[in-house]
Design a protein around this ligand. Structure first.
Ligand code: RP5
Length: 194
C-alpha cells in the first residue's frame, strides 16, 4: 500500500492518530475543517481520498491496516450514496466517525441517511451535515483520544474554555452593534456626520 499523506502536527515524532478519509477530492472543502480542528488541538492526523465506489480495494486495504499503523480513530466523509464510513467500519474495530458531505441534489440528506442508517452490529458515529459535522468529528475524535492521551484531553479543555470566553465576551449583539454605531472613530469605514 502506498504511503498516505501524513501531516505531522505535534512537535514530537508522532505517528498519526486520526485518519481522515473522504470519497473524493471534492469533499476536501468540507473535510479540511476536520483537519484544521485537529491541527488546532495538536492531534497528529493523515488525510487521504479513499472512495468506496471508485477505489473499493484501497478502501478495504486502508481500513484493514489502519489499526496496525497506529491509527486510533477514523473520520470518514462522503456525499450522496455515502458508503465510505459504513464500509470502513465493517473492516475495522476502530471507532469510525461519519461526516455527511452536502450533496448538490439533496443538500446532504442522502449522505446523512446513508451514513446514519447502519444495521445493528456495525456502528458509525454520525455527525451533522457539512462543516459543523467535520469540526465536531474532529472534536469527538479528540475526546475519544483524550481518554488515553492526556495532552489531547487538555488541548480539548483549552479549546472549550476559549470558545466559552469568546461567547461571554459578546453577551449582547445589539449592544455590540450600538457601541460600534456611536463610536465612529473606532470604525474607520463609518463616515462622520457634518
Ligand atoms: C462521493 O460522491 C464523494 O464522497 C462525493 O461527496 C460525491 C461526489 O464525488 P465527485 O463526483 O465530486 O468526485 O463518493
Amino acid at each position: 500500500m502506498s504511503k498516505p499523506n501524513v501531516q505531522r502536527v505535534t512537535g514530537g515524532d508522532t505517528r498519526p492518530l486520526v485518519g481522515i478519509i473522504m470519497g473524493s477530492t471534492s469533499d476536501w472543502e468540507t473535510m479540511e475543517h476536520a483537519a484544521n480542528t485537529l491541527q488546532e488541538l495538536g492531534v497528529p492526523y493523515e488525510t487521504r481520498v479513499v472512495s468506496a465506489h471508485r477505489t473499493p480495494d484501497l478502501l478495504f486495504e486502508y481500513a484493514a491496516s489502519a489499526e496496525q499503523r497506529g491509527i486510533e480513530v477514523i473520520i470518514a466523509g462522503a456525499g450522496g450514496a455515502a458508503h465510505l464510513p459504513g464500509m470502513t467500519a465493517s473492516k475495522t474495530v476502530l471507532p469510525v466517525l461519519g461526516v455527511p458531505v452536502e450533496s448538490k441534489a439533496l443538500k446532504g440528506l442522502d449522505s446523512l441517511l446513508s451514513i446514519a442508517q447502519m444495521p445493528g452490529g456495525i456502528p458509525v458515529g454520525t455527525l451533522a451535515i457539512g462543516k459543523a459535522g467535520a469540526i465536531n468529528a474532529a472534536l469527538l475524535a479528540a475526546a475519544m483520544l483524550g481518554n488515553k492521551h492526556g495532552e489531547i484531553r487538555e488541548a480539548l479543555r483549552k479549546f472549550r474554555r476559549a470558545q466559552t470566553a469568546k461567547v461571554l465576551a459578546t453577551p449582547n449583539p445589539a449592544v455590540a452593534a450600538l457601541k460600534s454605531a456611536i463610536a465612529p472613530a473606532e470604525n474607520p469605514k463609518r463616515k462622520k456626520r457634518a
